[in-house]
Design a protein around this ligand. Structure first.
Ligand SMILES: Nc1ncnc2c1ncn2[C@@H]1O[C@H](COP(=O)(O)OP(=O)(O)OP(=O)(O)O)[C@@H](O)[C@H]1O
Ligand SMILES: [Mg+2]
Length: 345
């Protein structure tokens, strides 16, 4: 059955030629039908036939009924064997077709979902692009205004202009984040040590780490965890992930970062004792603009995922509500060639 389902499911694999997979399917079903027929014949002969024959003999006794008995015995035998084999084969086929259909529906739903996300990203990027230049203008005017009114108006009024500048700066950084998420990633791989990336990121986030009273423990591999990586984008992905971990512990907690390599793959694990996530939340973390934070954009995780996937790697998230989260990055030591071009979304 599993061999058969493999053969059938291979039909949806574009790497397997349709002609080849159909032939294998026909051969598999022929073999199955032969085996089934043999099993049914044996079962019929060893178990059912004696009962059936004695019933026929009782129902049509005497020599005058010999030809009727013969017909009943032959037809009964043919009917039982062909019906049983047909029923079993058709049932197997139906189960396999049903499985295949469910897989197709799932694949279709996934595709529709990723198309929706891609459209959302494109629309957001377009809006961000449209407001970027007016924002730059606003910032310029506000700073100019601040210079003009300096010393001529009260401190309160200057503070108002400062608030405008602050708000415009916040909006600019939001639009920059959206644009950098939507922008195609161009990788410039070179030898990078994940240990030093972690140290840089922890250093960069030292203010947030101290503000949240997070105790940090680095369990970095004693030898360099080196691979061909695009340093800037990997640093940015790790920064987003460590920042999430720190933000999940507003009242303190423990942050542990470990690294390692087995020669083929590099790994980096970020563990926190923060708020954790429910299974439902976990399913949404890679969707752009899905956030539980009042000031979050919901782009950190999808951005990190995009970078890691462009490197041919993977992000694995394990989390338990109120217990904490573990995010594991796995990266190939040698980047795959298609990712080197890396301009597709
Ligand atoms: N380590 C973590 N612990 C708990 N929740 C997390 C963790 N990492 C991610 N999350 C959840 O996943 C959501 C999405 O994270 P993501 O980094 O994409 O966006 P964000 O942090 O909300 O905003 P930003 O765009 O500023 O990063 C978060 O709002 C949070 O609910
Ligand atoms: Mg984040």
């Amino acid at each position: 059955m599993s061999v058969l389902s493999k053969v059938l499911l291979n039909g949806s694999d574009p790497r397997v030629s349709k002609k080849g997979s159909n032939l294998r399917l026909i051969l598999a079903f022929t073999a199955l039908t032969i085996v089934l027929t043999a099993v049914v014949i044996v079962a019929w002969e060893q178990v059912l036939r004696p009962y059936y024959y004695s019933w026929v003999a009782r129902s049509f006794p005497g020599t005058e009924n010999a030809s009727i008995r013969y017909k009943f015995e032959q037809r009964g035998e043919h009917f039982f064997i062909s019906m049983t084999v047909d029923l079993i084969v058709v049932s197997i086929l139906l189960v396999l077709v049903d499985r295949q259909q469910r897989r197709l529906v799932e694949a279709h739903e996934k595709l529709a979902h990723s198309e929706k996300i891609a459209t959302l990203g494109r629309v957001a990027a377009q809006v961000a692009h449209e407001v970027r230049n007016p924002l730059a203008g606003l910032l310029l005017y506000s700073e100019h205004l601040k210079g003009k009114i300096a010393g001529k108006v009260s401190d309160g009024e200057v503070e108002l202009v400062d608030k405008i500048i602050h708000t415009v700066n916040n909006l600019t950084s939001t639009t920059e984040q959206i644009l950098s998420y939507a922008r195609p990633i161009k990788l410039a791989p070179r030898k990078v040590d994940l240990n030093s990336v972690v140290q840089d990121v922890v250093q960069l986030l030292s203010t947030e780490i101290a503000a949240n009273r997070v105790e940090t423990q680095l369990k970095l591999s004693s030898s360099p965890v080196q691979g061909m990586l695009d340093e800037a984008s990997i640093r940015s992905a790790v920064l987003n992930l460590v920042l999430n971990a720190v933000q999940s512990m507003p009242n303190g907690g423990r942050l542990e970062i470990s690294t390692g390599s087995d020669g083929e793959m590099l790994w980096l694990v970020i563990t926190d004792t923060g708020t954790g996530m429910s299974p439902d939340q976990i399913t949404k973390i890679f969707e752009p603009f899905s956030t539980t934070k009042s000031r979050g954009l919901g782009l950190g995780m999808p951005y990190a995922q995009k970078i890691i996937e462009h490197h041919g790697g993977e992000i694995l998230v394990h989390s338990e509500l109120k217990k904490g989260t573990q995010v594991r990055l796995e990266l190939p030591v040698h980047i795959e060639l298609p990712a080197l071009t890396g301009v597709q979304q």
